[in-house]
Design a protein around this ligand. Sequence first.
Ligand code: PLP
Length: 436
Amino acid sequence: ALAVPTTNAEVAALDTANVFHSWSAQKALKPMAIAGGSGSTVWDHEGRTYLDFSSQLVNTNIGHQHPRLIEAIKQQLDTLTTVAPAHANHTRALAARKILSHAPSTMDKVFFTNGGADANENAIRMARLHTGRDKVISRYRSYHGNTGAAIVATGDWRRIPNEYSRGHVHVFGPYLYRSEFWAETPEQEAERALQHLRRTIELEGPQSVAAVLLETVPGTAGILLPPPGYLEGVRALCDQHGIVLILDEVMAGFGRTGDWFALDAFNVRPDLITFAKGVNSGYVPVGGVIISEEISATFDDCVFPGGLTYSGHPLAAASIVASIEAFEEEDIIGNAALIGRDHLEPGLASLADRHDVIGEVRGRGVFWALELVEDRQARTPVSAAFMGKLKAELLQRGLLPFIADNRVHVVPPAVVTPEEVRQALAIYDDALTAVS
Ligand code: PLP
């Protein structure tokens, strides 16, 4: 057995010697060691604590080590630790029911996956088989996951219903601060982005478009709340052309925006919803697709050519049930909404009053972005070096930030307290002063 390490350097050395990291050149990596956590706080091996305003990868919506989830996972461990997806399993059935109880009433079933990427893979597959078409339209500013080739590399019959010759088309979505449409108001931005999507569908050929896939609120791309009317307009275009609307709620769902689903704030009913992250805060890897009655019926008599060994894993399912029950009983959604409205919105606005480098503050619930610019007029993004310095200043003051391009994403757990927000705002303030 490995000796328990006592220093951060020891852990980092062991890690970089043997662990191959995501999205990185490996040689210069200096990963921060995290030994434990509780609620909105994490700590290292040397007793230093950090306010986790990253929620890791924006997934610990219920905070670290929530006792109800830990207990439910332990109970399930003592009962059954794994089961093949083809069997009926009580915990899995309960997890599906719990998820559906908070989804739009038109939704009927849940297909479980291992995470968000394969949730989108399977949603796209369902849309293609349901429509008999193959193109998928999504946005340039989006992230939907890191898979793609495994089923097409597969040799047996399961490859064939998944082979598509044409593929993906990208469009610009609404982003008023950096409008691609010369828009000056949210209404113009929504209308023009819709016109751009309408023309794209027409020119691609509506009969070839299976799905429009959108993050309800693009997350990693900058927390871009859709302007009023946009999602409703996308739904109308999909209805007009028989296109499946997939809303990716992997990051935005389960409390992030202060709603059960981010789509709850809009008058839009998708055909498929993908989820992961916040559904159980990543205590056990899981994701899935919530399927409408209509699409589910397509597969009543026709085989769905998709599946995963761990689909609906009992430990994940147990943590989902416990997490949703905790959300309900502890009003965690209500807390996220209140923190957004009464603490983050005014707090970040006054931060912007004091720091010219903040070009825009936008968000909702516990899902906020500070867009940092060299010049408020020209909106030139600050440099990567600036962001690197800011990150170091934040860490030094005990805040674990989420940095993306020229933005700080202020994304604490949905259980964050007003006092923790107050401390975090003071740290952002000091760190911005230090770098400016
Ligand atoms: N979709 C969205 C909106 C995401 O933010 C992410 C991950 O950040 C994914 C999909 C992919 O999820 P996973 O990393 O669990 O595969």
